[in-house]
Ligand binder design. Structure first.
Ligand code: GRG
Length: 293
């Protein structure tokens, strides 16, 4: 399959699409509890880059899934991601006042509302996957999608990575420990986004493993790139730049980016959107929109 759109148009089009899907699944602010629903919409419907939903679309479409089949999975990963940001910004965690170019949820509302908004978004992600129009997927696919996402979110994934970071806070971190934290904390959800697309497109196990190599490299490259961009404000031992120095960290990003792209070679032109997203995540697009994150 040859793609006739260019990268920019592809990304723009899918961003418009996911915004509509997120909007549709969020509770209306006219429904009680109004403050909670207002906070949920406030945290989701803003300047997020939607990298994870874009990955669900790109992986699924490349292997023949319809956009309609991918919408709810794309929406679910963004709800999970947004919940993690809301909770991560809380005073007990990172204590950040700003997120995505606006006051963080607990600053715009209050701590209790932010905790509840995160909780509700997390559950909404799974409700969306179970929703009747979450289609067009057979029962096995639905279970596989649920299993992949739950595993990525819990103590063996994103939350586990955060917990490990706390546990190792006062130790002399090795680069292996740092990598493990980031594979879990950031990488697990990125990998599961690609996996969800693959499950929905019903690709075989070998292809899924190959795509997983792409996603694993991309997840780590994304995190190191984030560390590079945040270097002026983040001097913690959880930063790659602190461990490796800026130039080695940049080399590592380039290396991982190349590895991610190499993993796509067997698939040819049909996976062009996955190439575009790797570039979007790692290169100039990511940096140019970074100011609002
Ligand atoms: C469940 C509380 C809790 C934490 C889990 C994932 C996580 C740990 C916390 C999220 C905060 C964080 C800074 C994670 C590092 C990964 C990262 C750079 C996230 C920001 O992702 P982007 O750049 O954000 O995709 P946007 O705003 O564009 O969606």
């Amino acid at each position: 399959m040859k793609w006739t759109v260019n990268a920019e148009d592809y990304i723009e089009n899918r961003l418009v699409r996911i915004t509509d899907v997120l909007e549709k699944h969020l509770p209306k602010i006219t429904l009680a509890p109004v403050r909670l629903h207002t906070a949920m919409r406030y945290t989701v419907l803003n300047a997020g880059k939607r990298l994870r939903p874009l990955l669900v679309y790109a992986a699924g479409e490349a292997f023949g899934a319809n956009l309609d089949q991918l919408d709810n999975a794309a929406c679910a990963v963004e709800f999970i991601h947004t919940y993690s940001l809301v909770h991560d910004d809380l005073p007990a965690m990172d204590n950040d006042d700003f997120r995505r170019g606006q006051a963080s949820c607990h600053k715009a509302f209050d701590e209790a509302t932010a905790i509840l908004a995160g909780d509700a978004l997390q559950v909404l992600a799974f409700e969306v996957l179970l929703a009747e129009d979450s289609l067009k997927l057979n029962a096995l696919q639905r279970l596989q999608v649920l299993a992949a996402l739950t595993r990525a979110c819990g103590s063996h994934g994103m939350v586990g990575g955060q917990a490990l970071e706390f546990e190792l806070l006062t130790t002399n971190l090795t680069i292996e420990q740092l990598e493990k934290i980031h594979h879990l904390k950031t990488g697990a959800l990125i990998r599961s986004s690609v996996q969800l697309g693959a499950i929905i497109a019903e690709i075989n196990q070998e292809q899924t493993m190959q795509l997983d190599r792409y996603a694993t490299c991309l997840g780590l490259a994304f995190q190191i790139q984030d560390d590079i961009l945040d270097h002026d404000t983040d001097k913690t031992s959880f930063s790659y730049v602190v461990h490796l120095g800026i130039s080695k960290a940049q080399n590592k990003v380039r290396e991982l980016y190349q590895q991610a792209i190499s993993a796509l070679i067997p698939f040819g032109d049909k996976v062009a959107p996955l190439h575009w997203l790797a570039k979007y995540i790692i290169e100039e697009k990511y940096q140019s929109v970074r100011g609002v994150s």
